[in-house]
Design a protein around this ligand. Structure first.
Ligand code: 5GP
Ligand code: MG
Length: 472
């Protein structure tokens, strides 16, 4: 199973008598695409912290009664699709840690690569863990640092111990803290609300609350929001390594990341794809939903007419029970159906964002051939995914990735496509408009911006080594 990144929210409202839970709830809805396995909200009312978490979609986890119980003007929220730890309620977030001066709630998007070592150190020192998640290690470390330092220095000391990707929010008394890893791998942005400030994984959450996007949190920056006022501290200066896959697939097209509207980036990618891989075809169609914007770009650049050929049923959820073999075909049709007249007798270009295992494309090529397609040209808005992600996406292991052990011609043969074209890495980078050395391209190149045992490291991006060795 492919895994999405998570989504985080933090909001502080100026008026202590206002209620933040509903706003967090709506904001989490807008980040639902980033994780469907679990959701949670923690709030603070000046005296006590309250949390509600559960497995499932935001709409399944919360109802009006629960929201009403979550009193307070400050809080954080999380939607989860696990990158580490088992799928169970103990690993749902926000995660809570109690200590003698109170409690802390933490929500994390990303993946840390050194938590095993950190956990062993903490266990040796007597800490007891309740979950298998990375986030609990972070919470324990943070509590330790808080006992030695003031707030900002505690976060600085904490981040010096963490290796990997993190866009993290903490609820600490009536304060929201948000911190982004030194490479800015996972997104995080600041929004201004009518009556306070917020941080969110994507700017669509700010739009939803009719706020104004201020800017992205900088790599290595700490944002403190208290009583609706904001304060920022840059804890480290580095060359960023933003996750390239956010642009290709994860982020919603209506989000703005690093000053770029994701929709525009995807239209650009589709355009580059059309230049690099033209096709003898009369119809361009997306593989829904992730291929839609890319297909628009391909259509605009190639002049080939755009016509949808496949319809996705958005309401077939996780809870859908896999049928027996005899019902397999029905199940597939329930999720995805063809628009036969648009396909029958036509030469198609089908555009998708990525091929991971190849399952989706194999199935779709067969479907459109059965519906009468004369030819099927597959175009992909990312270069071949050849290596796993250790930094928050967890897309599959290397042996499951079809392009990790097959040539493009080999993949084309498996798909049974008339042709297969992937956008080039240089073309993709041009479409995004961010220098290559400011992006994490680990899944596409096998070179990562942080040191991962057994993998190649892109040394030009690891200027943080010096900083990590600083153990003050
Ligand atoms: P495949 O079937 O080749 O294993 O996966 C490719 C399909 O999965 C594409 O249609 C792409 O949009 C989608 N995809 C890519 N990455 C992810 C992910 O992390 N999570 C989910 N749910 N789908 C993904
Ligand atoms: Mg897709």
């Amino acid at each position: 199973m492919l895994r999405d990144a998570c989504g985080v929210i933090g909001i502080s409202l100026r008026d202590p008598s206002s209620s933040v839970a509903k706003s967090i709830y709506y904001a989490l809805h807008s980040l639902q695409h980033r994780g469907q396995e679990a959701a949670g909200i923690s709030v603070h009312d000046g005296k006590a912290m309250r949390t509600h978490r559960g497995m499932g979609l935001v709409s399944e986890v919360f109802d009006d009664a629960q929201i009403a119980l979550l009193r307070g003007s400050v809080g954080i929220g999380h939607v989860r699709y696990p990158t580490t730890g088992e799928s169970c309620i103990e690993n749902a977030q926000p995660l809570l840690v109690k200590y003698r001066d109170g409690g802390i709630a933490v929500a994390h998007n990303g993946n840390l690569v050194n938590t095993r070592a950190l956990r062993e150190q903490l266990e040796a020192a007597g800490d007891i863990f309740h979950s298998t998640s990375d986030t609990e290690v972070v919470a324990h470390l943070f509590v330790r640092e808080l006992q030695r330092h003031d707030l900002v220095d505690a976060v600085r000391a904490l981040t010096r111990k963490l290796v990997g990707s993190y866009s993290m929010v903490f609820l600490y008394g009536n304060t929201v803290l948000a911190v982004r890893d030194p490479l800015g791998i996972k997104p995080l942005c600041i929004g201004k609300l009518e009556n306070g400030f917020m941080v969110a994984s994507e700017s669509v959450a700010v739009d939803t609350l009719t706020g104004k996007l201020v800017r992205d949190v900088k790599p290595g920056e700490l944002v403190v929001i208290r009583e609706g006022e904001i304060e920022c501290h840059v804890l480290s200066h580095n060359t960023p390594a933003h996750c390239i896959f956010e642009y290709i697939y994860f982020a919603r097209p209506d989000s703005i990341m690093d000053g770029r509207l994701v929709y525009d980036v995807r239209v650009n990618i589709g355009g580059v794809l059309a230049e690099e891989h033209p096709a003898d075809a009369d119809t361009v169609a997306p593989i829904p939903d992730s291929g839609i914007t890319l297909a628009v770009g391909y259509h605009q650049r190639s002049g080939i007419r755009y016509r949808e050929c496949l319809m996705k049923n958005r309401y077939v959820g996780r809870t859908f029970i896999m049928p027996d073999q005899s019902m397999r075909e029905t199940a597939v049709r329930l999720k995805l159906n063809t628009i036969r007249p648009n396909i029958d007798g036509h030469k198609l270009v089908l555009v998708d964002d990525s091929i991971v295992r190849g399952t989706t494309s194999v199935r779709i090529v067969k479907m459109v051939r059965d519906a009468g397609a004369k030819s099927v040209h597959i175009r992909i808005g990312s270069p071949p995914i050849v290596a796993p992600c250790y930094l928050g996406i967890d897309m599959a292991s290397r042996d499951e990735l079809i392009a990790a052990h097959k040539t493009i011609a080999g993949v084309e043969a498996v798909l049974d496509a008339d042709s297969l074209g992937y956008v080039s890495l240089d073309g993709l980078i041009r479409a995004i408009g961010i220098p290559k050395e400011h992006l994490c391209t680990g899944c596409l190149t096998g070179y990562y911006p942080v040191e991962i045992p057994g993998e190649n490291c892109n040394v030009s991006q690891t200027k943080i080594t010096e900083y990590l060795n600083d153990t003050s």
